[in-house]
Design a protein around this ligand. Structure first.
Ligand SMILES: N[C@@H](CCC(=O)N[C@@H](CS)C(=O)NCC(=O)O)C(=O)O
Length: 193
C-alpha cells in the first residue's frame, strides 16, 4: 500500500530488503520492529503503514488521497480495511506456525475477514468511485493480499469488488507492486525524492 501511494504521489522510495528478525538497525528505527518503516524523512523515521501513507498523501495534497474535509465514514472505512489486513497477516502467522496451527484461531480470523469483506462490498459504490483515495487503494491492496495468501474464494462473496479489482490491476501502480512468490516480505523504505 505504501509503495502504491508513493507511486501515485510521484514520490520515489528506495526499498531496502532486510531480514525482519535479524536486522539490528530496525529496532533502533522502530521499537516495534515491524515493516514497513520509512527512514530518512524530515520528521525522522515513520512507522506503521497508515502513518506512512498519510505522510506520503501530504506530499501530494491535490492528488485526492484524502477527502477534502474530515469524513468519519472514510476514517472508519480505513480502520475496517486495516482491521481485515491485520486479520489476514495474523491468519498467515497462524497458518505458518512451526509448532502447528490452531484451527480455532484460523476460524476466528476467517470470520473477521469474511464479515469485514461483506461490509466493504456493501460500500462498493463509495469505494469504487474514489481512486486514488486511500480507502480505494487500501481495498485493492487488501483484495490482492487475500488472493495471494488465501486464494480467490473471496471473489464469490464480493463480486462487485472482484470485478473492480480486475480493472484496478490494469493500472501501472498496481502492476509495479504486485505480490509474487519471489517478492521479499521484509523491507524498509527510504524517501529519496
Ligand atoms: N499495523 C502495522 C502492521 C505491520 C506489520 O504487521 N508488519 C509485519 C509484516 S506484514 C511485520 O513486520 N512482521 C514482523 C514480525 O512480526 O516480527 C502497519 O500497518 O504497518
Amino acid at each position: 500500500m505504501v509503495e502504491i501511494v508513493a507511486l501515485e504521489a510521484g514520490v520515489t522510495l528506495e526499498r531496502e530488503v532486510i531480514h525482519v528478525y535479524e536486522a539490528a538497525f530496525l529496532e533502533a528505527e522502530n521499537p516495534l520492529r515491524l515493516i514497513p518503516t520509512l527512514v530518512g524523512t524530515p520528521h525522522g523515521t515513520l512507522h506503521d503503514s497508515r502513518v506512512i501513507c498519510r505522510y506520503l498523501a501530504g506530499l501530494a495534497p491535490d492528488r485526492g488521497f484524502l477527502p477534502p474535509e474530515t469524513d468519519w465514514r472514510f476514517e472508519t472505512r480505513l480502520a475496517l480495511i486495516a482491521g481485515i489486513m491485520d486479520a489476514g497477516v495474523a491468519r498467515q502467522g497462524e497458518v505458518s506456525r512451526a509448532s502447528g496451527s490452531s484451527e480455532t484461531k484460523i476460524a476466528v480470523f476467517d470470520r473477521r475477514i469474511r464479515l469485514g469483506l461483506a461490509a466493504l462490498e456493501r460500500e462498493f459504490d463509495v469505494v469504487s468511485q474514489s481512486w486514488p483515495r486511500l480507502d480505494a487503494i487500501g481495498t485493492a491492496v487488501l483484495l490482492e493480499y487475500l488472493n495471494f495468501r488465501i486464494g480467490p474464494e473471496w471473489r464469490a462473496e464480493a463480486p462487485r469488488l472482484s470485478d473492480w479489482l480486475d480493472a484496478r490491476n490494469e493500472m501501472a501502480s498496481m502492476q509495479a507492486t504486485r505480490f509474487t512468490a519471489a517478492q521479499p516480505t521484509s523491507s524498509t523504505q527510504r524517501r529519496t525524492r
